[in-house]
Design a protein around this ligand. Structure first.
Ligand SMILES: [Zn+2]
Length: 271
């Protein structure tokens, strides 16, 4: 049995980098409410399926405490949206977005100052994920080079060029102990990435980003029509499925509202 475990561990080290020795440095994971999105037609994400059926989506941020400091994964819709209680329409009224709480307020409630956040990693550059990156001007930004350099529609840079950044080309071990791994999962956008967090009590959790938007699409491997590459998206979903199997990990799908509603929300946390 031990030999089998050792073999599995060796395979994991080969695939994902070093495993944590003993207790991992990662201590807590908070799920933060970073906005709500309602859509009139869910087939935007599931071409030809559930046409004209509305859907409610969660939009979460995840705050991780590691012995080396705080890491924020995704930043949600802009905090300024909270000043508009009725929300705003987007994509010509296809989407409606609200933000009942601000990220700043949620951090404050935890006693975390923006300057305490040492690192911000984002899954990709859609507006519901990068709305508050500049609230952490000193934090190291971890983003794939392919995403950072992806030309925007109006030609402006996707990030403030003065923001400290580490441009990644593939997977990355954020704290060097295997406890928090950025996993390259392109397809939704050119440099999309997901996050594997190996929590000491909860076990491994894979934060999807938008590699998939909700459970039914995961179960049926459906790819939104607006993704930049269907082939890459399907390959990334398979890559995620392989990691889930190896790690016995849970898949936490950022925009899946039923799953999100069932999770503990900050100030509660996962260990
Ligand atoms: Zn997206």
């Amino acid at each position: 049995m031990k030999l089998v475990n050792l073999a599995v561990a060796a395979a994991l080290v080969a695939a994902l980098g070093p495993l944590p020795a003993g207790a991992a440095g990662v201590e807590r994971l908070y799920v933060l409410d970073c906005g709500h999105i309602s859509a009139k037609d869910q087939s935007r994400w599931s071409p030809g399926v559930n046409v004209g059926v509305p859907i409610e989506l969660s939009d979460n941020c995840y705050l991780i405490h590691h012995a080396q400091g705080w890491l924020l994964w995704d930043t949600g819709l802009p905090d300024a949206l909270a000043a508009r209680p009725d929300g705003v329409d987007a994509v010509n009224g296809v989407l409606h977005m609200t933000r009942p709480k601000t990220l700043a307020g949620e951090l404050q409630a935890l006693g975390v100052k923006p300057s305490d956040v040492k690192a911000v990693a984002i899954s990709h550059t859609h507006p519901d994920h990068i709305g508050n990156v500049e609230a952490f001007p000193q934090a190291m930004l971890y983003v794939q080079k392919a995403e950072y350099e992806w030309p925007s529609e109006n030609g402006t840079p996707r990030f403030n060029p003065d923001h400290p950044v580490t441009k990644l080309e593939g997977d990355y071990d954020v704290f060097g102990d295997g406890s928090v791994m950025i996993i390259s999962t392109p397809g939704h956008t050119p440099g999309h990435q997901s996050l594997l967090v190996r929590l000491p009590k909860t076990g491994a959790v894979l934060l999807s980003g938008d590699a998939v938007h909700f459970r039914d699409n995961w179960d049926n491997r459906r790819v939104p029509g607006f993704n930049v590459s269907k082939e890459q998206t399907l390959a990334s979903m398979q890559h995620i499925a392989d990691i889930l199997a190896k790690e016995h990990a849970q898949l936490w799908i950022n925009h899946d509202k039923p799953q999100s509603d069932a999770q503990k929300k900050s100030p509660e946390f996962y260990e």
